[in-house]
Design a protein around this ligand. Structure first.
Ligand code: SAH
Length: 291
């Protein structure tokens, strides 16, 4: 049998479902200015949202205001989100430790963790284009000996069992079944290791998924989980929460600013704001120990 390049490439991501292929297609094609223009500022590319108070002066008329300042402000808030996640990975991480970035996008989160702790990082994305892009960024930065990105399925990474001191998902849990995801984190993390996620989840106290949550699912081809499902799936997979924080109020200012950034909007901004404001959707940080 002749093995074509396409077949070889597909085989490097074990047991990829049709759904996962569609998700990979989405991220392979993704070129949104809100991701690329912000990342260009300091070569930290994030595909997640921001948190914290907004400097509203960027919206003023006159010198020193304008699109570039809005872009920089959105990037500052996304960077603050990445720093919050990294700060939860465990203060005792050392340069010999390894960390795992599940659903790593264009790679910014692993760089942030490496810069903070000097640790080794392995990022995994189902998009080959993202993995190539992120490896090129690490090479340019001169950290490619410690920060590596892999085109793989985060449910089945092939990475070394028990080798990781910390791991995380930054806005990437809504693409997978949580039981399968947490089983893989539990396998990779050493005992006492730290798991962190920042994610959008739907609010069980509201009821079922709202119209807005369904629209977000359709926009990104994802399947937002209810909040309760995180804790059930963690409990089943030796992950014991140590800290939970509702970041919903902290992310709304970011979305309000983004909605006014005509050069960067993707069209989903109003839906996110409606979902957060009507209580059906929450932006959550969960920190857990691998026991
Ligand atoms: N964590 C990154 C990117 C978030 S976007 C950041 O904070 O910037 C969601 C990411 O999840 C994309 O990179 C997408 O490729 C990845 N992803 C989705 N399903 C995946 C899977 N099954 N295995 C690996 N990566 C996946």
């Amino acid at each position: 049998m002749t093995i074509t390049n396409a077949e070889t490439a597909a085989a490097s991501v074990p047991s990829q479902s049709t759904y996962q292929t569609r998700v990979a297609d989405y991220w392979n094609a993704e070129e949104n200015p809100v991701n690329l223009e912000l990342g260009k500022i300091d070569d930290l590319y994030h595909h997640h949202y921001g948190i914290g108070a907004v400097d509203r002066s960027v919206l003023d008329e006159g010198p020193g205001s304008g699109p570039d300042r809005i872009t920089a402000e959105l990037h500052r808030l996304e960077q603050a989100q990445a720093e919050l996640l990294a700060s939860q990975l465990g203060g005792d991480l050392s340069p010999t430790d390894r960390v795992f970035d599940a659903g790593c996008g264009r790679g910014g989160g692993s760089v942030v963790a490496h810069l903070r702790y000097g640790c080794h990082a392995d990022g995994v994305t189902i998009s080959r284009k993202q993995a190539d892009f992120a490896n090129e960024q690490a090479r340019k930065r001169g950290i490619d000996d410690k920060v590596r990105y892999h085109h793989r399925n985060m449910l089945d990474t092939g990475l070394e069992t028990g080798a990781y001191a910390a791991s995380w998902n930054n806005e990437s849990t809504m693409y997978v079944e949580l039981d399968l995801l947490f089983a893989e984190h539990a396998r990779l993390l050493r005992r006492g290791g730290r798991y962190v996620t920042i994610t959008g989840c739907y609010n069980d106290a509201y009821g079922r998924a709202s119209r807005e949550v369904s629209l977000i699912n359709a926009h990104y081809i994802c399947d937002i989980h209810p909040r309760s499902e995180y804790f059930r799936a963690m409990a089943r997979n030796r992950l014991v929460p140590v800290h939970v924080q509702d970041l919903t109020a902290d992310t709304i200012p970011y979305w309000e600013l983004r909605q006014q950034a005509g050069h960067l909007v993707t069209g989903i901004e109003k839906t996110f704001l409606d979902a957060y404001r009507n209580g059906s959707f929450q932006y959550l940080l969960i920190v857990a120990d691998r026991v």
